[in-house]
Design a protein around this ligand. Sequence first.
Ligand code: TXA
Ligand code: MG
Length: 339
Amino acid sequence: MFDTKILGTDEDSIAYAAKLLSQGEVVGMPTETVYGLAANAFDEAAVRKIFAAKGRPADNPLIVHISDISQLEGLVDKIPSLAVKCAEKFWAGPLTMIMPKSEKIPMVTSGGLDTVGIRMPSHKVARALISACGFPIAAPSANLSGSPSPTTAQHVLNDMHGRIPAIIDGGACGVGVESTVISFEGEDGIRLLRPGFISAEDLMEITPNVLIDKGVLEKLGENVKVRSPGMKYKHYAPKADVTIIDSSLEAFREYVKTHADNDTTLMVFTDNDCEGLDIPHICYGANDEEQAKELFDVLRELDDIGAKKVYARCPNKDGVGLAVYNRLLRAAGFQVVKL
Ligand code: TXA
Ligand code: MG
């Protein structure tokens, strides 16, 4: 058991966190997407501590974070030419690229795969921490496995209290959903495995050949071979039974009028959506970016208020909206009413 410390973002705090990491400990770290649970990506024992703290299945690989493009070469066996273009356009930023891993990345870090996901975050504190360490940092989202990803240090503390020695408090994350994850197909193809702030439309500026993996929008069958292990696990699930209502605002209002009971909470974009409805509600934002930023906080809040049955308005299915929809679908266990 640790007495989990909350650290600031000043130089001394970052130096202290870097010292913990170099001693093989695990530290909560802010990034522009969500908070990560950081450890030395080269240190197998340290990486095992991440899996233990989260209760994460050992076959779900970790993303390796770098602070400078020069670190990439040693970590991967081959850099696809499209990856160079993506790095030029989207790094530092919320994009993770899956590439063949080099021998330096331990199998524990890659979840037994011969590939590794690499990302260079744009968050100043994350970059400063990685630079201070001098080694790349493996970091999944800093939630307990199956819970919504943390977007504040308090969320991390709620899940990781006693399990890790320290959390750097860098304030609320700007993006709010995890990075876009892609792999490369042939010379000219990108496969979108997890949508994020870098949208499919953004990636199409690199190549028109962007394939959205089936797992982004569909529940994968038990025995389907998944390209990204994270897709097969239950995710972001609040205790409440969430249903997405894929409809116009008018149809949403009609539906909840006839289906809501005393246990119902509505998850809507703005107060205006609930005009004339006498049902408790939580708002999660007027546009795609706001919804991305608020989503995980709202999912945690639903648990805090003890919500039992939730009807949610459906996010957009393009741009950053696709990332929100993808996470909400999982939170809803893929329950969608299309009207
Ligand atoms: O924004 C983010 O990506 C955050 C911050 C902390 O950087 N990290 C994050 O990590 O979301 P995590 O572990 O919660 O999600 C990583 C996802 C998982 O679904 C995992 O299966 C997938 O990326 N992934 C990682 N490495 C992979 C690989 N080599 N092949 C396929 N999928 C991979
Ligand atoms: Mg995660």
